[in-house]
Write a protein that binds this ligand. Structure first.
Ligand SMILES: *[C@@H]1O[C@H](CO)[C@@H](O)[C@H](O)[C@H]1NC(C)=O
Ligand SMILES: *[C@@H]1O[C@H](CO)[C@@H](O)[C@H](O)[C@H]1NC(C)=O
Ligand SMILES: *[C@@H]1O[C@H](CO)[C@@H](O)[C@H](O)[C@H]1NC(C)=O
Length: 423
């Protein structure tokens, strides 16, 4: 009897060691350096097929190009008059004169989206439901695949304006809407709408996105980045499905160069904008202060290299463990305890071409459009930082540059753990 009880507890201990206690998923994310965008593989359809999609943090839903043989034994369209269709937001009833099949039927639910790349033209695609599979994870390794059977996306047959990235067949919507990839995964497994992004700047070594897990997030050598997060409110401006944090000031080398008295100024985090853009007036003050501060450290600007306006000869700048030695940039959020310090590896861009070897300040003048967010944080600035988007608790956790914590986003161990059980 005692032995039986002991072995029972032994098995319990072993299985809880490997069981993923809540289904958390992951996906590797790779930078396409030509397009300066990020792509990820998902498995869709039955039998599962891998497709590469563009990661779009601001997009409401996922778009897949169905014009090339979308074959699946598990897809469904959504009837136009159904309550599911009405719940999906702006929609209409499809009419298709082509060959009947996935993405071409009459009277099914068609989703609308506004494509900024095509100057706000509205493109329509039929909503489809199909199986989506991703690896589960315990925060250390990927495990077997888990599947949701009713993943909703838009199956479009037209040209793809957003997807100029070679090898992709659409874009993965990661927005705050209930149709985004993280929202549908969370809903399907009745867990928190939360996901975590760690983008790698290297085209050869992917970073990672975790879905549904508040942590741990282990990166080699055994660093749990969930222990290094600072939190700031997630703002929810109307008319946007993107992610906004609130800034109160910007400092260069500790000196305030921009300060607002309007509370938290909504600042968008974007994976579709390669470099942070600042509204003209802010950019001018920022650039001037950066040049002044670097001059004080004996750094002289050189002729700029487009699209950047402030560059230095690479030979003149010393290296540090967090990139080239240049003035630090602080983005101050709700108070002085929530400061994102940006070091050279995220502020500067190396340009090495045509006999030029320069480091350029990777921030751009975003113009003066009163309707555009005054500050949009771009991909180069968020790389090698961990970002936890906790939509349910309306907060964003950020780690700052993870090099400071002794790791990189490319250091996730993608070796499959065969022992990981998915229950
Ligand atoms: C949709 O309806 C139109 C007009 O009735 C018809 O010509 C077309 O073949 C139908 N398309 C499909 C895919 O059934
Ligand atoms: C930069 O330096 C110039 C010359 O010393 C000074 O006039 C200017 O106010 C400084 N600007 C900033 C933003 O610090
Ligand atoms: C990566 O994970 C695998 C599977 O868990 C493990 O066997 C291996 O030791 C890990 N690699 C490193 C460098 O820790």
């Amino acid at each position: 009897m005692a032995l039986k009880i002991a072995s029972f507890f032994f098995i319990l201990a072993i299985s809880s060691l490997f069981r993923v206690s809540f289904p958390a998923f992951l996906v590797p994310v790779t930078k396409d350096s030509a397009a300066e965008k990020y792509t990820l593989p998902i498995y869709l359809r039955t039998p599962p097929r891998q497709v590469y999609l563009l990661l779009d943090l601001g997009a409401t839903f996922t778009l897949i190009d169905c014009s090339k043989n979308y074959a699946s034994s598990s897809y469904h369209s959504i009837p136009c008059g159904s309550s599911l269709c009405s719940s999906l937001g702006p929609h209409s009833c499809s009419v298709c004169s082509g060959l009947a099949g996935p993405g071409c039927s009459n009277n099914s639910c068609a989703l609308h989206f506004t494509d900024s790349g095509a100057r706000r033209s509205t493109v329509m695609g039929e909503a489809l439901m199909d199986s989506l599979s991703l690896p589960v994870t315990n925060g250390r390794n990927p495990g077997p695949f888990g599947t949701i059977h009713n993943f909703i996306f838009s199956c479009t047959k037209g040209p793809f304006h957003k997807s100029h990235v070679k090898g992709t067949s659409g874009s993965a919507g990661f927005g705050r809407s209930k149709l985004s990839v993280p929202a549908q995964l969370s809903k399907s497994f009745k867990e928190k709408f939360l996901f975590t992004l760690c983008l790698s700047g290297s085209p050869s070594a992917p970073g990672v996105v975790f879905f549904g897990s508040p942590g741990p997030y282990y990166f080699l050598p055994e660093i749990d980045l969930s222990k290094h997060l600072t939190y700031t409110p997630l703002l929810s401006p109307q008319l946007s499905n993107g992610y906004f944090i609130g800034l109160t000031s910007i400092k260069v080398n500790g000196k305030v160069i921009w300060l607002t008295n309007e509370g938290l100024v909504p600042t968008k985090i974007s994976t579709m904008t390669p470099y942070t853009t600042l509204r003209s007036a802010i950019f001018k003050a920022f650039a001037e202060a950066f040049v002044n501060e670097s001059a004080a450290a004996d750094l002289k600007v050189r002729e700029p290299v487009k699209p950047f306006s402030i560059c230095y000869n690479a030979d003149d700048i010393a290296d540090t463990p967090v990139g080239p030695a240049v003035p630090t940039i602080d983005l101050v959020m709700q108070n002085d305890d929530a400061v994102w310090r940006i070091f050279g590896s995220n502020s500067m861009v190396r340009i090495f071409r045509g006999g030029v070897d320069a480091w350029c300040l990777g921030f751009l003048d975003g113009g003066d459009h009163p309707k555009a967010p005054p500050i949009v944080i771009g991909g180069h600035q968020i790389e090698d930082n961990l970002w936890q988007f906790d939509v349910e608790s309306e907060r964003v956790g950020f780690s700052g540059n993870v090099l400071v914590h002794g790791t990189m986003c490319a250091n996730f161990n993608f070796t499959k753990n065969e022992g990981l059980l998915y229950t």
